[in-house]
Write a protein that binds this ligand. Structure first.
Ligand SMILES: [Zn+2]
Length: 303
């Protein structure tokens, strides 16, 4: 012990840099151990309160136009959620795609927009996000070999979520076309949090039983009516603010309605007020009002 101590002192006397480096490493180790011992809630709270990297904020402002519509308090909340999301989820590039901060931050921002103002466990069944450079072909079975359809995104129950980066870029660059593959796939993920992909996510999780029952009844009544209406419009070739892909089944209806809620909120509220109000109740957000406020706020005023 004495020899080691003497040796350390001797080295420090010759050059204080190695000792300082050693102390920094010890401090980092302590920090890491205390991090491991803290509860998930504490870890997430620390992540949310960590200063948001300037480079990431630059990416958001350049690549996520919808951000400009968000109230400043929501922008700060979103940044906190992004830090938790990126600390907990793994990104994997496929077909040679190299995962960059831009890819991670752009996807995380859209995924986390769906979590604002709500109690969230950050998509607990999701560990991995696979990103292809462009539309990809999913061939799991021999039958799939005959399926030549390309995919912009897929969400596997309790498995990875898959996205095509060109589709993500197309969706995020136009904030008002009603098409956003990240909103779509992550809405499926929320729908599946009760282990059923049926177009009904978990409603009022902290509400009293009667309150929850009332919410589910209202959701089922209105979304069923709107789904059937979209099916009829699709069969008759009538235009709708909702993409006709939502007429596929109730789960796709919820995912498509989510895209529309965030990207065409004013049209959705005008044409489908009850559907808009149900989604507003679930997402605890009112994007039709953000848009009005954003339009009335001069550029560069900090919004
Ligand atoms: Zn879908």
């Amino acid at each position: 012990m004495g020899l080691l101590h003497t040796k350390g002192t001797s080295i420090a006397a010759q050059n204080s840099e190695p000792l300082a480096h050693h102390l920094v490493n010890i401090a980092k180790a302590f920090h890491f151990i205390s991090w491991l011992l803290s509860s998930p809630t504490e870890r997430r709270q620390k992540l949310r309160s960590t200063p948001f990297p300037t480079e990431w904020r630059g990416i958001l402002h350049r690549r996520f136009p919808l951000l400009a519509c968000l109230p400043p308090a929501d922008q700060r909340e979103l940044e906190g959620h992004i830090q938790v999301f990126l600390a907990e989820k793994q990104f994997e590039g496929c077909d040679g795609l190299v995962i960059t901060d831009e890819i991670r931050v752009v996807i995380a921002a859209q995924a986390c927009l769906l979590l604002l103002h709500r109690d969230t466990d950050y998509y607990p069944d999701l560990q991995s996000i696979l990103v292809y450079p462009s539309t990809y072909f999913s061939r799991v079975t021999e039958e799939d070999e005959k399926d030549s359809r390309g995919f912009a995104g897929q969400s596997w129950q309790r498995g990875p979520l898959i996205l095509a980066w060109d589709a993500v870029q197309g969706g995020v660059s136009d904030r008002s076309d009603g098409h956003n593959v990240v909103f779509h796939e992550f809405a499926h993920r929320l729908d599946n949090e009760d282990d059923r992909i049926d177009g009904a996510p978990v409603l009022e999780p902290n509400g009293a039983p009667l309150e929850r029952l009332s919410r589910y009844r209202s959701w089922a009544r209105i979304l069923s009516k709107e789904y059937e209406q979209l099916q009829r419009a699709s069969m008759e070739g009538q235009p709708s603010v909702l993409d006709e892909y939502g007429a596929t089944d109730p789960a796709e209806f919820f995912a498509v309605a989510t895209e529309c809620f965030f990207e065409k909120p004013r049209q959705l509220r005008q044409k489908h007020r009850q559907l808009y109000d149900e989604l507003k109740g679930f997402y605890q957000q009112d994007p039709a009002e953000w848009c009005l406020q954003a339009l009335s706020t001069p550029p560069g005023s900090g919004q």
